[in-house]
Structure formats: structure tokens, C-alpha cells
Design a protein around this ligand. Structure first.
Ligand SMILES: [Zn+2]
Length: 356
């Protein structure tokens, strides 16, 4: 079965999302990013709101915090507007394409090479320092691609000494010293960061109970949706999350997740913008390829961004690697993703409606 919810481009995905919003009577709010997309199209963060504007219980979903992962997130959001039943007192806020530039151009990062999920730090404080990243940066993005055998051996030797987990943290937890590097968190709040805060203020200010499912791809077993706990409160919020989404909820803090503790994840915004609300949230992270392959795909794509003179065959194979890592072109994978996305959203709505 080919799930028609999945689109071949950002432009197409946006059109499907807006059509589904219109069909279900959702109110749509558009914030334009004044840059062009890969097909010359308008880029925007679109918000579709279903249900009463004054609802105290709100489910929010977000797609494309990591641009290219938006193919999956957008499909789930579009499907939810068609298939998710809502009680009268629950509203849903779908935030489509938090990073529209990355979505359209099939990059994980934004227009300034920034990983938005590392950009929600307090920029009034000194920038975090990722000393391990500084040691591997040169090896991650060498002058030539593919990397030389010597560079590869040096990285493998470091993995032996540090262990895989420390290496994963060094590369992917976020860094603020190498603007052209991988998993760069930025030096100031991005357009997406500031716009997302406005969305929270505008559409969740009245909420007293918020559930949030942040949709991602690229980590974990192929087709499996890992439910990664995404609240700062590891007491009652974790208990609630387990009741809603099941005991298999993982945590980056305890090492049960395929992910690692992040610097400046987007979830930091909710405590700051909606302090009066009781918040329960997960990242729903769909697995694709093995971790080492995903990291290699990201390094190659960053290398390509720095080397636009690369030969066309290399360019094509690097872009293909990104697709496999973040948007596998497989009907089975798409069907698995959609089923798990719908289930998680239904569980969230039930959880919001359950007595405290
Ligand atoms: Zn992601």
C-alpha cells in the first residue's frame, strides 16, 4: 500500500496540508520566511488550528524542525486532520514546517546551517563549549569526499578510545564554535525559533493542559517510532507520559534512548512561553538507517554544501544518502510511520481527557 499522505516535495506537502486544513475547517495562520524554496516557491511556517479557540486542552504537533524530516511529519499532520477524532473540548495545533527552508531544500539544518533543535539555548549566557566536537570537526568534514582512509582510521581510533556513545554525543549533541560544521546550534535565535515562540503565544496561551508530539526521523530501528520523553520535569510529567504513551517511553537522560542529551532543544520554549500549562510531550523519532550511516549522510551533505563544485554523480549519491537516512522511499516504511503517528496522537487526546 502506498500511503498517499507522503509528498514528493515541500511545495506539494504544503499544498496537501493546507487542503486538509481547509477540508476539516481548521483555521490557518501563515508566517512567511522571505527566502525562496528549491522550486522557487513560498516558504512558510503554517499553523492549522482545529477545535475551540479557548480550549484548555490542546494537542500540538510539529513537523520539519529538521527540514528533510518534514516529509514524514507533514504526512502525519495531514493524515491526522483527516482521521483523528476530537472531543468537543480539545483543540489541535499543527505547526507545519518549523524549518521550511531545510524541508524544501532537503537539508536537516536551516538556511544558516543551524540545527534548530540545538538553537533554543539562552543566548544571554556564554555559549556552550563542546570540546570533543572541536577534536573531531576536521575529521568529520575533510577536504575530500569520500574521506581518506587515514582520516577514517583516525576517527575509528577515537571511537575505540572514547566509545561509541561519547563519539555520538561529541558529534550530535550540539556545538556553537564551528558555523560551517555539523549539528551547529547558531549564535543567535533563528527566524524559526522566534516565529515558533510567537506561535506558542498566539495559539497556546489559553491552554492549561498541553500535549506535544514533535515528529522526527533518522534514529533507531527501521520503521520503529521511538517515543522519547521530551519534558524537563522528570517527575509527574514522566509518570503522565508513561500512562499516556506506554512504559516503553525512553529518555536521553537515563541512556535508554537512541538519542543523546541535547543542548538547546525546541522543547525549552514551552516552559518559557506557556508556564501556567501542564505540559506532557514526546519526540516521536522514526528509525531509518543505522546510526553510523545517518551520521555519514549528514557529514557528506554538509561537505556538499561547502563544495558546490562537486561532480554531479557525487552530488546525486550524497542527496540519495540523505533521502535514505531521513525519508526512505518505501511504502512499507511510510505505512508503519503513519500507523504509529496516528496511535500516538490518539493516545495524547485520551490522555488530555483523562482525569488528573
Ligand atoms: Zn530530527
Amino acid at each position: 500500500m502506498n500511503t498517499p499522505l507522503f509528498s514528493p516535495s515541500y511545495r506539494n506537502a504544503r499544498a496537501h496540508f493546507l487542503a486538509a486544513a481547509s477540508a476539516c475547517g481548521a483555521r490557518v495562520y501563515t508566517q512567511a520566511l522571505h527566502l525562496f524554496g528549491a522550486q522557487g516557491e513560498l516558504l512558510a511556517m503554517d499553523v492549522a488550528v482545529q477545535g475551540p479557540p479557548d480550549a484548555s486542552k490542546v494537542l500540538m504537533t510539529t513537523s520539519a524542525v529538521h527540514g528533510i524530516e518534514g516529509f514524514c511529519g507533514s504526512a502525519i499532520q495531514t493524515g491526522l486532520m483527516q482521521h483523528l477524532a476530537l472531543p468537543a473540548d480539545v483543540a489541535v495545533v499543527h505547526v507545519h514546517a518549523v524549518n521550511p527552508h531545510g524541508f524544501s531544500h532537503r537539508r536537516r539544518v536551516n538556511e544558516d546551517n543551524i540545527d534548530l533543535n540545538r538553537n533554543f539555548i539562552d543566548f544571554n549566557r556564554p555559549l556552550p563549549v563542546n570540546a570533543d566536537y572541536a577534536e573531531v570537526h576536521r575529521l568529520l568534514l575533510p577536504a575530500q569526499w569520500p574521506p581518506s582512509t587515514a582520516d577514517q582510521a583516525e576517527l575509528e581510533a577515537l571511537a575505540q578510545v572514547w566509545g561509541e556513545r561519547r563519539l555520538q554525543i561529541a558529534i550530535t549533541s550540539g556545538q556553537y564554535q564551528f558555523p560551517e560544521g555539523v549539528w551547529f546550534g547558531g549564535l543567535t535565535p533563528t527566524w524559526s525559533h522566534l516565529t515558533f515562540r510567537k506561535v506558542l503565544q498566539a495559539h497556546l496561551g489559553q491552554a492549561r493542559h498541553i500535549a506535544w508530539i514533535d515528529l522526527h526521523t533518522g534514529l533507531g530501528p527501521y520503521g520503529h517510532g521511538e517515543r522519547i520523553f521530551a519534558c524537563t520535569d522528570t517527575g509527574t510529567a514522566l509518570q503522565r507520559a508513561r500512562q499516556w504513551w506506554g512504559p516503553e517511553i525512553t529518555s536521553v537522560q537515563t541512556g535508554t534512548s537512541k538519542s543523546v542529551p541535547l543542548s538547546g532543544p525546541i522543547q525549552m520554549a514551552i516552559d518559557q512561553e506557556c508556564p501556567a500549562a501542564q505540559y506532557t510531550g514526546i519526540c516521536l523519532e522514526f528509525g531509518t538507517v543505522p546510526l553510523a550511516q545517518m551520521i555519514l549522510a549528514m557529514r557528506a551533505e554538509h561537505w556538499l554544501a561547502l563544495h558546490p563544485e562537486a561532480p554531479p554523480e557525487l552530488c546525486t549519491s550524497i542527496r540519495e544518502g540523505m533521502q535514505q537516512a531521513f525519508n526512505p522511499p518505501s511504502a512499507d516504511w511510510q505505512a508503519q510511520v503513519w500507523a504509529q503517528g496516528l496511535e500516538a496522537a490518539r493516545q495524547a487526546v485520551q490522555g488530555l481527557c483523562a482525569p488528573a
